[in-house]
Write a protein that binds this ligand. Structure first.
Ligand SMILES: [Zn+2]
Length: 54
């Protein structure tokens, strides 16, 4: 059990009141342009699960 992969989700303003969400991991992995906060959190969890497997 390691806690190396710490995900943070950041909203990014795209204009006209629209936002996308970025998922950034403390290891440097970065996923951006997700359409909802939930999707960004899910991407983060998916990353953690994959990285934590070994
Ligand atoms: Zn990571």
């Amino acid at each position: 059990m390691t806690m190396k992969h710490q995900i943070s989700v950041e909203p990014e303003h795209r204009g006209n009141g629209r936002y996308t969400y970025n998922s950034r991991c403390s290891c440097g992995a970065y996923v951006y342009g997700l359409l909802s906060k939930g999707a960004a959190e899910a991407a983060g969890r998916d990353h953690q699960r994959k990285q934590g497997d070994r």
